[in-house]
Ligand binder design. Sequence first.
Ligand SMILES: *Cc1c(COP(=O)(O)O)cnc(C)c1O
Length: 294
Amino acid sequence: MLSYDQITLDSFRTSWLPASLNAAMLRLDKIHPEISGNKWFKLKYNIAAAKTNGCSGILTYGGAYSNHIAATALACKEAGLPCTGVIRGEEHQRQLNHTLQTAANNGMQLLFVSREKYRDHKTGQTLFPGYHIVPEGGHNAAGAKGCEEILSVFPTTAYTHILCATGTGTTLAGLINSAQPHQQVTGIPVLKGAQYLEKEVAALLHPGGTSHWQLLYEHHGGGYAKKSPALIDFINSFYNETGIPTDFIYTGKLVMAFRELAQQGYFPANSKVLLIHTGGLQGNLSLPPGVLSF
Ligand SMILES: *Cc1c(COP(=O)(O)O)cnc(C)c1O
């Protein structure tokens, strides 16, 4: 169903990267131009489970700008499964934004509910009996299982450090579960005050991965989807130096965190650092035209 043929592993060098470090970007963003790379991995085993169990469709949850909602719609279309997205707090919305329009165009039925109703995670379930339920952000064991395949798209065992941007922590858990014992895996939360992630990630771990992992909480740049001129300048200069586009919500903050850590001497000399490009580039469509140089 999902093809990973387009993914590349791009080594890069920038003016700020210490000469003693090697860095590369695993380009999951190339899986699809509009749909976030990591979301495919999180959906893979959820869709397989829905099919194996003969479910009538997929029911999932998200906000109006959720990359997960858009990805679920397309993945279900490809799998030939009906799907419904329960959308938070937008019940009076008449004009669909880009994300929701993409989801609707791909056949997702949208169910708008108040924030109160949304908080009750059972909302919609009685309306869609026999549907396989995927929690918000694809945050479940099947989601983490799919993410365990990210590090084997290319040979990656030579890397000493693996970094990814973190929302729910599902991708991070899959990376930790599949990393080698000598590898250190670091999640960069893009939400402020996300210390709860520690437990949520730990709950998805199983033996066999690496015990060297951590979350670094100081790189959210003001909070979820908050942007500064420094971030935008950084995204532009990173693109100009490497040809790699990033988004202002997740991957731009990831690379900026990497620069800070590299400059602080966080990585020992001769470290090989692998950054996971989780996609999200369509999020940049909400920026005024001309702000980004790509
Ligand atoms: C959803 C998303 C993430 C966060 O992934 P989690 O598994 O929820 O931590 C990171 N990057 C991009 C681009 C995303 O869309």
